[in-house]
Design a protein around this ligand. Sequence first.
Ligand code: HEM
Length: 325
Amino acid sequence: MRSERTQLPLLASCLLFAMVIQAMLPLSSASLQVGYYRYTCPKAEKIVKRFVRKAISDDVGLAAGLIRLFFHDCFVRGCDASVLLDPTPENPHPEKTAPINDPSLEGFDLVDKVKAALERHCPGVVSCADIIAFAARDATKIAGGFHYAIPSGRRDGRVSLAAESMRDLPDPTFNLDMLKENFAVKGLNLEDMVVLSGAHTIGDSHCSSFLDRLKPGVPIDASLAASLKKKCPSPASGNVTVDQDVVTPDLFDNQYYKNVEAHRVLFDSDNALLTSKKSADLVSIYARDQTIWQVKFAAAMVKMGHIGVRVGKGGEIRKMCRVVN
Ligand code: HEM
């Protein structure tokens, strides 16, 4: 019979072994996981990246569209691809029809193409919510940002309401307190908000989103205001689009923060970052150190990607991203 002395180390190694095995297993339904499709669809992330790269090489503006799509998905009912659902007779006003999304939100066709390829490759496995998350990650890198690992395993939701997009997404007229509150409700703090706003370093905006700011008394750089007035002369030009970052419009760099400091930004919500010492200090740090911002942006995207996710048995894996199963 073994002595107690020999039994103790044996017990300890058994425990250690069990812990190691547990760490290697997929994290059950409790949380998202980097490499979630490792065994079930090993090429999933590669396939997404291939499509995203090709689509952005055909249309550089799509990088911005995909990053915004992820934000607009996650802030409304969590990252569950509810933003992708099309209107139906039972639900004529899903999220994508809300004025905050329509006609400005992009990326739907690309997601359809990726989903079709993934369904051919491994049917019924990869969620539309994860496709959005992977595509936003890849778009960030392709446009000049850092690569980051994004945990996956999100499941798709079955409910999508335009009214919730209007309620949950921030408006460009928001001041700092409103922005802080809007992000806090989603579990994101002031720094996350300042960091994520840096996405406005690429992409464009419809004139209608900032026309109200082209009047005297608004803190906006005079030469930017003059050029915007030319491009957006009246409310009738609401559908015209302009670059958000006039210096490096398609590059995912820290130019946005330099623009904020110079009041060369489009929205009250951008300018609001200068209205508290804490947020203005962050703007100054990111304007001076691109690497710090890139690292924090990646971390904030991962954090945003956890908002309200469904895992395990919640939700479903849609067969087509525009309709529930
Ligand atoms: C802080 C609060 C925010 C407000 C008020 C806001 C508002 C807006 C507005 C009004 C537009 C222009 C829409 C149009 O008229 O075409 C826009 C564009 C954009 N936003 Fe935001 N946004 C915010 C935060 C974010 C976040 C957190 C992200 C992503 C991490 C993001 C990514 C983008 C991108 C990439 C575009 C350009 C889209 C394109 O070119 O297709 N925004 N945003």
